[in-house]
Design a protein around this ligand. Structure first.
Ligand code: CP
Ligand code: NVA
Length: 305
């Protein structure tokens, strides 16, 4: 059975805990300049249908650091952009490389690709989910504050791919998510049902969502693919800007996270994202370490540290 990582819940709680532990070991060796090349001769294909800085860099550098190589493909330069069926692309690409990462639009596209792939497929962001980012975010929380189990994450803003993945992760790893979105941008009821109500609570006022939180987080008001709605979103989200007042009602040791890229003065103030509670640079760096652990696991299984 090929193991894919298309959604956070594709891996069990134990598998996620293993990945966090493994990322810690891989990061510490990397920081000490200890070469580690378990993926010599392995090739990663990276397919991008949307822009990226962190995802491309962390996957490409990560594969190189593990001894393998990475190939960047985008829809403009490949036959995917000219209508080749995604199923055919899955058949062909997976006969030539060992592992594939895809950033695309609908989740359905990556699922169709994976169902025709002979090798593991990783979700590098879809409209619905961003599981590699949440892997990095939780690893970052563990580094700074210890286990996330039983803790409270406040999600402020759009109920987008990041929010959906936080909700899924809360079910897998047993923590709580307090969500506050503007009216009209709420978590889709079927998603709330899908993930159960045990770990998810919705708040009309973002201050109430932040009260007592261990982690406050947000994301852009307009995700890739929704650019046409930008103007109306700027108005609708104006009161959902994470600021110092929101951080004040969270726990005194609360951390602030943002997957980046960020827009200071929109979803977050400069005071918060550049302030002492912000861990956004560690969060971005940790994409590299968790994804190295993930690729190693999908290709080689569990390794004794
Ligand atoms: N956070 C994140 O996925 O960043 P990129 O869009 O730059 O890859
Ligand atoms: N929600 C954002 C995340 C970017 C990393 C988007 O989908 O554009």
């Amino acid at each position: 059975m090929i193991k894919h990582f298309l959604q956070f819940k594709d891996l069990t709680r134990d598998e996620h805990l293993y990945l966090f532990d493994r990322a810690r070991v891989i990061k510490s060796r990397f920081k000490r300049y200890q070469p580690y090349h378990p993926l010599v001769d392995r090739t990663l294909a990276m397919i991008f249908e949307k822009s990226s800085t962190r995802t491309r860099l962390s996957f490409e550098a990560g594969m190189h650091q593990l001894g393998g190589s990475a190939i960047y493909l985008n829809t403009r330069d490949t036959q995917l952009g000219r209508g080749e069926p995604v199923e055919d692309a899955g058949e062909v690409i997976s006969r030539m490389v060992d592992i594939v990462m895809i950033r695309t639009f609908e989740q359905e596209i990556i699922e169709r690709f994976a169902s025709h792939s002979r090798v593991p497929v990783i979700n590098g962001l879809t409209n619905e989910y961003h599981p590699c980012q949440i892997l990095a975010d939780i690893f970052t929380f563990i580094e700074h504050r210890g286990s996330i189990q039983g803790r409270t994450v406040a999600w402020i803003g759009d109920s987008n791919n990041m929010c959906n993945t936080w909700l899924q992760a809360a079910e897998v790893l047993d923590f709580n998510v307090h969500v506050s979105t503007p009216p009209g941008y709420e978590v889709e009821p079927e998603r709330a049902n899908l993930y159960g109500t045990d770990h998810f609570e919705s708040f009309a006022d973002p201050m109430d969502a932040c009260r007592g939180a261990d982690l406050v987080t947000t994301d852009v008001w307009t995700s890739m693919g929704w650019e046409a709605e930008n103007e109306e979103r700027m108005k609708a989200f104006a009161d959902w800007q994470v600021d110092a007042d929101m951080m004040k009602v969270a726990r005194p040791d609360a951390v602030f996270m943002h997957c980046l890229p960020a827009h200071r003065g929109e979803e977050v103030t400069a005071e918060v994202i550049d302030g002492p509670q912000s861990v956004v640079w560690d969060e971005a760096e940790n994409r590299l370490h968790v994804q190295k652990a993930l690729m190693e696991y999908l290709l080689l299984g569990k390794i004794e540290s």
